[in-house]
Design a protein around this ligand. Structure first.
Ligand code: PLP
Length: 369
């Protein structure tokens, strides 16, 4: 057994976060009104090189309000990957539209652009690419499809903060890009999200909608039906500390990636999740496919053996059409997503780990096979 606790995806928070939280409490600006939220939005957009960013309560809320702002609603279809976290797809339902699922490709585990083309109909309004576990989607091809058919792109960049495709940050390609600061993401605010967008007026309108559609110049006057999806200053304070540390997080994550690649690239039974040539991926999670036919052990068995050695793992997302609200009987269309689900595993990737935790984890994994 390894002496240090090994973390799968635990948040990395410490002294700086404490200091900024105390500063927030001392200021009494703990709620949505106060200086820290806008400071966090400014720092975030500066690092991403975009004009503006609007903070929200969660990534899920960000996806929801972005679809709403794009006017996606009942009668519209939205193309989504079948292999994602359920929040991507629930957001489509929140606005009353219909999710249309597509399979992923076996190397990057991301939405296959050819399959997207196959499922476009006169009702299609938008595409939601999800950059799974940090690996960017092929945004060149998806943008070309969107342009050809006049579709919106809403990027679910909740897992891919700082990953680049073709030299550009994920989240900056689409009409909107949404990030998450949930506890297990690259940086956390406890819970929260951020929206960026290519059209400044639309983004401005999102900011207005998430603040109860309140026209502050007229006091408590509301010209539309708004929402309360605002981030609090307590959350933003945590975010301010985390964003100061993003380079530290990224350099640790890159070292972890190198360790996994070094130990796994020549193991026949294991295939690491890949990225496209044009990608500069910041791997949020390191994930693998295991040839379970050759190992003779299925994924739950491998997980429990690793767990006994103190190594936490997580299964890949179950294809969304397995869930009752989205159930589809015919699964042939999604053979790669099923293959990845049945053979895939997320490995310890939290920045709380030491290099030796990661080395121990990967060595034990190899021994097991
Ligand atoms: C985390 C995540 C979300 C939702 O973000 P929250 O901040 O937890 O609401 C959406 N989509 C994907 C792919 C995610 O991983």
């Amino acid at each position: 057994m390894h002496t240090d606790k090994i973390h799968l995806d635990s948040p990395d928070v410490g002294e700086l976060e404490k200091k900024y939280l105390i500063r927030c409490i001392d200021s009494t600006y703990v709620s949505t009104h106060g200086p820290f939220v806008s400071e966090f939005e400014e720092n975030f957009s500066e690092i991403l090189g975009c004009q503006n960013a609007v903070s929200v309560q969660s990534g899920t809320a960000g996806l929801h309000i972005a679809l709403h702002e794009l006017g996606v609603g009942p009668g519209d279809e939205v193309i989504v990957p079948v292999l994602t976290f359920v929040a991507t797809v629930n957001a489509v339902k929140y606005v009353g539209a219909t999710p249309i699922f597509v399979d992923v490709d076996l190397l990057t585990w991301n939405m296959n652009p050819d399959k997207v083309r196959d499922r476009i109909s006169p009702k299609t309004k938008a595409i939601i690419p999800v950059h799974l576990y940090g690996s960017p989607c092929n945004m060149t091809e998806l943008a070309a499809i969107a342009q050809q058919y006049e579709l919106y792109i809403l990027e679910d960049a909740t897992e891919s903060l700082f990953s680049k495709f073709n030299g550009r940050f994920t989240g900056t390609f689409g009409d909107f890009g949404v990030f998450s600061f949930n506890g297990n993401k690259l940086i956390t605010t406890g819970g929260g999200g951020m929206i960026i967008g290519t059209a400044p007026l639309r983004l401005e309108h999102v900011k207005f909608l998430v603040n109860q559609a309140r026209d502050e110049k007229k006091g408590y006057y509301h010209s539309e039906i708004g929402y309360n999806l605002r981030m609090t200053n307590l959350e933003a304070s945590l975010g301010l500390a985390q964003i100061e540390r993003f380079e530290e997080f990224l350099s640790k994550k890159r070292i972890f990636r190198d360790i996994y690649v070094e130990h796994l690239e020549n193991i026949d039974e294991i295939q690491l999740q890949q990225d496209y040539d044009k990608s500069e991926t910041e791997w949020w999670f390191n994930s693998i496919l295991i040839d379970t036919d050759r190992t003779g052990k299925n994924i739950p068995e491998i997980q429990s053996e690793l767990f006994k050695k103190g190594i936490p793992t997580r299964r890949i997302f179950m294809p969304i059409i397995e869930f009752p609200p989205y159930f589809e009987k015919n699964k042939d269309r999604y053979s790669y997503a099923y293959r990845i689900y049945e053979r895939g595993l997320n490995l310890p990737s939290s920045t709380l780990n030491s290099e030796s935790c990661i080395k121990y984890s990967v060595q034990e994994l190899v021994k097991l096979l």
